[in-house]
Design a protein around this ligand. Sequence first.
Ligand SMILES: [Zn+2]
Length: 375
Amino acid sequence: MPALADVVSELEGHYDPAWAEPWDAVGLVCGDPGAEVRRALFAVDPVEVVVDEAIAGGVDLLVTHHPLFLGGTTSVAATTAKGRVVHRLLAAGIALYVAHTNADVASPGVSDALGVALGLQGLQPLRAEVGEPQDKVVTFAPEAAVAQLLDAMSEAGAGVIGDYSRCAFLADGTGTFRAAPDANPAVGRPGEVTRAPEVRIEMVAPRARRTAVLRALIAAHPYEEPAWDVMELAVMPGPRGLGRVGELAEPVTLEEFTSRAARALPRTSWGVRAAGDPRRVVRTVAVCGGSGGDLAADARRAGADVLLTSDLKHHATSESVADLDICLVDAAHWATEWPWLQAAAELVATTVETSVSTTVTDPWTLHAASTTGGT
Ligand SMILES: [Zn+2]
């Protein structure tokens, strides 16, 4: 049975807390890192009905998307709803762990699960974060030293491209130099001009590993004064970011897409509503779990016909439909984030018994369709 610290470490391997927004509050809220975890419950909101479910299910860990305390607090007394959550979790020996904006931007993250639930294919970030900055490190060495250099530089972090490691490009050429009279050259003689066959070695390396890679290069190189170049590569969009955009298998009208979204997402009293021409044909769809109304311009730039998100406002929606020529679909906030729970649970399912909360914690509990009557 894993310790809580092991489960947290597994989750943080996919949802690094460093990716969270500065205002966010992610990570372990309560719980002993050394405690054992047999069962874990995944839910959107750390609210009392979810605590009821956690206690009834005999879980040791509750993982939620939303933080319990987003702002600071000076009291966890059981005189408020949040204080009672803390008390009841502690009394039942249940830890609480939060993965919020770090799970939003992860790849795969919250909006990937939403996009998959809606049947979207080829999902890409809507507002991509820049990828990890990379260098290209180049050196020149005799053939006999190439293997040891590749080993040393890759050991220091160079040469990783996706699932491939120790990647390098090698090109044969000729190096030339005149060693000073008091030098100690590995090839040639002091004071003489030397021409020697050399291999040009090129490897990519994370910029953060630059010093380590250069130290490894210099230590493994047979020359007294190795020649090397470091070039900073252009920073490209990475796989992480807010929202996702993808394609439906075939185009449908906005009306049909809205009905499909209502069927694909968990039931809430709010349901799903749409802004735009109901007969508009949509195929490219942008999504953002949670409040993503400010992504409308990004969605349009990405070629989306429609953006599905939550918490949309009157003026911004009206202006987006008119000025950006994009349709908007407004779903319940809770429902847009719920599909991620299963994906998160699967990350730890090999070592922990997991379950996903089906308690609807969307705050809206009633909805009445308008009928004829006053305006
Ligand atoms: Zn949210």
